[in-house]
Design a binder for this molecule. Structure first.
Ligand code: DC
Length: 207
């Protein structure tokens, strides 16, 4: 059975946590597509050209997740993601993953709009920039990264602007997507809300 849940939204909206929980609860494969752009960014910061790095991307490039989750790589990922040839190089892999047998959850910025508009479930997960920056600050500080709350808010706003205003595959809610605003929700409640939307569609597809 091909069954896809597309989860889009800005940085630190909760989409990653929600996607992982949906995949686990429903027994689906999960792909965090932001990691692809982060891996291209890491190679770019080491001197590669972004397009060549995207074309040469291998599964082992995604392994060092802690390294890929720094603030510096996040900003660079948002920059390489503006380049159409980079996006094109990553397209087939994501589309094949989305329609793999057994079903999949993908989270990113353009899953419901470009990668898999035919997804059975489309979610758009949001939260205010202030709430997202606070979450991201806590996360990075807990891991020992050298960050300030103001710096993280500026980073989040810069990334939002770039991700939403680029001409190729800008971040926006897909047609038919259901929005979940997690600003005032606990993560448990957000997961519950997502499951309540996804489970009926999953049960219908599995029948
Ligand atoms: O989800 P994330 O924060 O790990 O994503 C890092 C950057 O990658 C994000 O700022 C924009 C880009 N990205 C994208 O353009 N399209 C996706 N589907 C996923 C991420």
């Amino acid at each position: 059975m091909a069954f896809t849940i597309a989860v889009d939204g800005p940085a630190a909206s909760g989409k990653g946590t929600i996607s992982r929980a949906l995949a686990e609860q429903l027994g689906l494969a999960h792909l965090d597509t932001g990691l692809l752009y982060r891996a291209v960014a890491a190679a770019t910061l080491q001197g590669a050209t972004p397009v060549a790095a995207a074309r040469a991307l291998a599964p082992s490039d995604l392994e060092n997740e802690d390294f890929l989750r720094t603030a510096e790589i996040a900003q660079e990922a948002s920059k390489v993601a503006v380049i159409s040839e980079v996006r094109a190089a990553l397209l087939d892999f994501q589309r094949a993953f989305a329609r793999r047998q057994g079903g999949a959850v993908l989270d990113g910025r353009d899953i419901g709009t470009i990668i898999c508009p035919e997804a059975e479930v489309k979610l758009f997960v949001t939260a205010s920039a202030e709430v997202r920056a606070r979450r991201r600050y806590r996360e990075l500080a807990a891991k020992g990264h050298d960050v300030t709350p103001e710096g993280v808010l500026e980073d989040v706003q810069a990334r939002d602007a770039r991700d939403m205003n680029r001409s190729d595959a800008p971040l926006k809610a897909a047609a038919g997507a259901v929005s979940i605003d997690t600003s005032d929700m606990s993560i448990t409640d957000a997961i519950e809300a997502a499951l309540a939307l996804a489970r009926p569609a999953f049960d219908a597809a599995a029948r």
